[in-house]
Design a binder for this molecule. Sequence first.
Ligand SMILES: [Zn+2]
Length: 220
Amino acid sequence: MTPRHHLDPATVVSHAAGALSPEMSAIVATHLAGCVECRRAVARADGIGGALLGQQQPQATPRHSLLRAAMLERLEAAAPLPPAHAPPDAPIDPDRLPTPLQPYFGTSYRALKWRWMGPGMHFIRTVGPTGGTMLMLRIAPGKRMPVHGHQGSELTQILRGAYDDDLGHFAAGDVADLDAETEHQPVTSAGSSCICVSALDAPLRFPGWLARTLQPAFGI
Ligand SMILES: [Zn+2]
């Protein structure tokens, strides 16, 4: 599973700066666990952030700053990356939810308490410690989702199955890092249900009849 859709650089920098909400961080951590490319981007951002912090120290002379930056660069190069996959002797339990999501949804896919949202569509909504919304969706194969936009940003990790929208093909391991301008209509791939999890910093915005029907009822 090699992800083809990655975190936006702005999200990487926010993550490195500790500026993301706990809900967004949980999605980022889920993606990072399976993505070497984004782990490298975070390591680079950490290194740059450390160097910048060093330069901001008033007592640091330029020479000290250069030394600090050079040290950080070395540290970055030397830091071992966490393994992309569980080691071969540790069997992967297909029922186990990714660890960063467990505080929100529990540990087991089988134990998830899905709520009906529409034909072929189920959801679980939880509210995180700082009031951000986490939304898990299970969409039947070959299903067209309603067009929707976002009042804020949405970070979605695909856990199982796949979908296509204007931005491309998104499969398990990919992340969709969408800003407030994006309006999209995912269509799930044939074969198996698509399960994805989103952190939203503002409610989804469905235009038309579906919005009027669903949003008040389900609080999304
Ligand atoms: Zn990535």
